[in-house]
Design a binder for this molecule. Structure first.
Ligand SMILES: NC(=O)c1ccc[n+]([C@@H]2O[C@H](COP(=O)([O-])OP(=O)(O)OC[C@H]3O[C@@H](n4cnc5c(N)ncnc54)[C@H](OP(=O)(O)O)[C@@H]3O)[C@@H](O)[C@H]2O)c1
Length: 309
């Protein structure tokens, strides 16, 4: 993606500064439009009205001009702040273009030796505070955040956006055998809708706080990733963020379900622990999965933004 910093002659004088706050508000507004089935697909100048709704203006007007497409790019006024530009650079591809309506993105924070937690399941925190904030931003841009049963058991997570402005996504737990304990906080706190997906027949097993329990056809003990995505789309949840852990993200990757995967690497060695990505082996290197990659610095960590075609 290219960023050009030029003076926009037609930019109204009263346009607010393009900084981290306005950039984040614009990205949220763009992702809301995508979730409503109206993603930005044409070049436009963008601004926000008093309620934070997106205004689509002629190119060259507004706070920023955006060209969606295969490699989205944007054009800023000379007074734009760097933090806002960096945020746009990272997140714009997740918020515009026709694919953004049904985007599926994963994230893992891992050590240099590829682990996401210690063997006992301790993972708070492998990566630094900037990456934790990054995860909260990802939650805010998506309809649903998906985690596996082990993550709920080990972390008792809330899966909210409490570190950034933005709406909490629907929380989705993949628990084919109904082994996750019912007192976990996300089933009880009413902070956001919560859905537990299990093997069909177990949905009537017992109640789970405020969570909706949905049975889907399993293949053995596996909930096919395509069925998981279909079940969520049927509930209006089309933009999906898979937050972990390693088993869950690996199954989505193996099913080729990701548009993008954010892998944040921290400069620490954990030794034998819980692995991040684990895929079936290959014999020849020409069979390797080679995404297009952009690299970003998040504090002391390095984020690899992997894009799959
Ligand atoms: N660093 C990070 O970014 C990060 C993020 C999240 C979690 N974590 C840590 O990672 C650890 C948990 O990760 P994990 O890899 O062990 O497990 P996980 O991915 O959280 O959960 C895996 C389990 O979820 C169920 N599951 C997931 N996908 C499924 C599918 N498609 N079909 C059927 N069942 C599915 C299975 O349950 P069954 O076993 O019942 O079949 C599976 O064993 C914890 O220690 C947590 O703290 C780290």
């Amino acid at each position: 993606m290219t960023t050009r910093s030029t003076s926009l002659k037609e930019q109204p004088l009263e346009a607010p500064a393009f900084n981290e706050t306005t950039a984040w508000a614009l990205l949220r507004a763009l992702s809301r439009r995508a979730a409503l089935g109206q993603p930005l697909v044409r070049p436009a100048g963008l601004a926000l009205d008093a309620e934070g709704n997106l205004l689509e203006l002629p190119i060259g007007r507004g706070i920023v001009s955006v060209s969606p497409g295969a490699a989205p790019c944007f054009e800023l006024g000379a007074d734009a702040e760097r933090a806002g530009a960096e945020l746009f650079e990272l997140f714009l591809p997740l918020c515009v273009g026709s694919a953004s309506e049904t985007l599926v993105v994963g994230h893992l924070g891992q050590s240099l030796d590829g682990q996401i937690a210690t063997a006992s399941g301790a993972s708070q925190y492998v990566t630094g505070p900037e990456n934790i904030r990054h995860m909260h931003r990802l939650r805010a841009l998506f309809d649903a955040v998906i985690v596996g049963a082990n993550t709920v058991e080990c972390d008792n997570p809330q899966l909210t956006t409490r570190l950034v402005p933005g709406k909490n996504p629907t929380r989705v737990v993949l628990d084919p055998r109904r082994r996750v304990q019912g007192e976990r906080v996300l089933f009880r706190d009413a902070a956001a809708p919560t859905v537990l997906l299990c093997s069909r027949g177990l949905e009537h097993h017992n109640g789970l706080g405020q969570a909706e329990v949905v049975g889907i056809d399993a293949e053995g003990e596996l909930l096919p990733v395509s069925s998981v995505i279909s079940a969520l789309r049927a509930r209006g949840l089309k933009r999906l963020f898979v937050e972990g852990g390693g088993v869950t993200v690996s199954r989505f990757l193996e099913a080729r379900a990701f548009h993008r995967l954010h892998l944040t690497v921290s400069s620490v060695f954990l030794g034998t622990g819980r692995p991040g990505i684990a895929l079936p082996g290959i014999d020849r290197l020409d069979g390797a999965l080679r995404p297009r990659v952009r690299r970003f610095t998040l504090g002391e960590d390095v984020l690899f933004d992997c894009e799959f075609s």
